[in-house]
Design a protein around this ligand. Structure first.
Ligand code: KDG
Length: 364
């Protein structure tokens, strides 16, 4: 009996011990599975951030040697750096993705983000822009800068958003000069019958017609071939463009007509602008202004350097006398009067008044 009791006790003791082991085991197991306080705070491991950069496709008609492209490269650098890579800028030159008009239309549709056309084709979207193409309106670059960067220039940029475009800043194309492959042009009568390619702008067409030439509007990317094939005898553009686009290969004569001071407008699609944050918009605007100054500096250096280089290529340079230039201005005066009516007398008067004030301010 005692033996039995002893063994019962033994069995009970064993069962107790076993259950103890089991309980302790289970409890430590459970403990392991329970998150510790600090583990509980741990965040879900983050998935790789795969936010793609937004792309700005910026296209121009001129080639990659031109100060316009050099300034665009600076714009790209600033924007990519300041947006920490969340915006990437792709640059296209030589009309690779279109001419001035088609690129502006692409900006309106939101299928391209930036371009930088001369003001002449912009007049087909906002008529008042044609005032920049009135011949002999800007006496020098200082005056042009004051007007463009002042309230009248801004008033014109403010007309672009209703066309689906944001005008960021005025850059510089420069004073336009005539080239042709027929004869030296020194006087009004020398324009007679010359087939001249002009930008797509009514003021240019009317002015060259008044001078006796036979003007044809044509997008810039088609120009070299048109001169090469003799579809046109000549064209007009600043010295830097004439040299850097190698027009001297297909043109014999260049005259320093200085007939129009041609600005560029660095512009962005309103769709892209509206999708950007206020911080990004600030970066775009500031970069446009910083690179405007780079562009103007490089462009002025290029225009004065390349006029000499053009003579070295074998082109004949004709210097126009003040009297002959005054005669040209007299011939195109009625064209200006006609287009003053078109842009609106009130606006034209305001523009001319601003020029007078800028002349006074810059001549001190
Ligand atoms: O990149 C600018 C060109 O597309 C164009 O504006 C140059 O002045 C020009 C022209 O004659 O068309």
């Amino acid at each position: 009996m005692f033996k039995l009791m002893k063994s019962k006790k033994f069995v009970l003791a064993m069962v107790f011990l076993l259950s103890l082991v089991l309980i302790v085991g289970c409890s430590t197991q459970t403990k392991k599975e329970e998150p510790t306080q600090s583990e509980g705070k741990k965040e879900e491991p983050k998935k790789e951030e795969t936010k793609k950069p937004r792309i700005i496709r910026a296209g121009i008609g001129l080639n990659d040697k031109h100060p316009q492209f050099k300034a665009l490269e600076e714009f790209k650098k600033i924007v990519e750096e300041k947006t920490n890579g969340s915006v990437k800028v792709e640059l296209y030159h030589s009309g690779q993705i279109g001419d001035d008009r088609t690129m502006m239309e692409a900006l309106q549709l939101g299928t391209q983000e930036m371009t930088c056309p001369a003001t002449a084709p912009i007049a087909n979207f906002v008529k008042e822009f044609s005032i920049f193409d009135f011949p002999f309106i800007f006496p020098n670059e200082k005056v042009a800068d004051m007007i463009l960067d002042g309230p009248v220039g801004q008033e014109l940029l403010d007309k672009l958003p209703e066309q689906g475009i944001i005008g960021l800043a005025y850059w510089e194309n420069g004073y336009r000069q005539l080239t042709n492959d027929v004869r030296p042009v020194a006087k009004v009568e020398d324009f007679n019958g010359l087939k001249i390619r002009t930008m797509e702008n009514q003021v240019h067409l009317d002015a060259f017609r008044a001078l006796g030439a036979n003007p044809t509007p044509m997008p810039f990317p088609e120009l070299f071939t048109a001169m090469q094939q003799g579809t046109v005898d000549g064209q007009e553009n600043p010295f830097a463009t004439i040299y850097l686009q190698k027009f001297y290969e297909v043109q014999k004569y260049v005259s320093d007509t200085n007939h129009v001071y041609s600005p560029f407008v660095l512009m962005m699609s309103k769709k892209f602008w509206d999708e950007s944050t206020p911080e990004e918009q600030k970066i775009f605007k500031e970069a446009a202004i910083a690179t405007r100054d780079i562009n103007r500096k490089l462009n002025r250096e290029a225009n004065s350097k390349y006029v000499e280089e053009l003579e070295k290529t074998g082109m004949t340079l004709t210097r126009i006398s003040d009297e002959d230039r005054a005669e040209m201005a007299k011939v195109v005066a009625p064209v200006i009067e006609k287009h003053k009516e078109k842009v609106g007398k009130e606006f034209a008067d305001k523009f001319y008044k601003a020029i007078d004030e800028a002349i006074k301010a810059t001549s001190n």
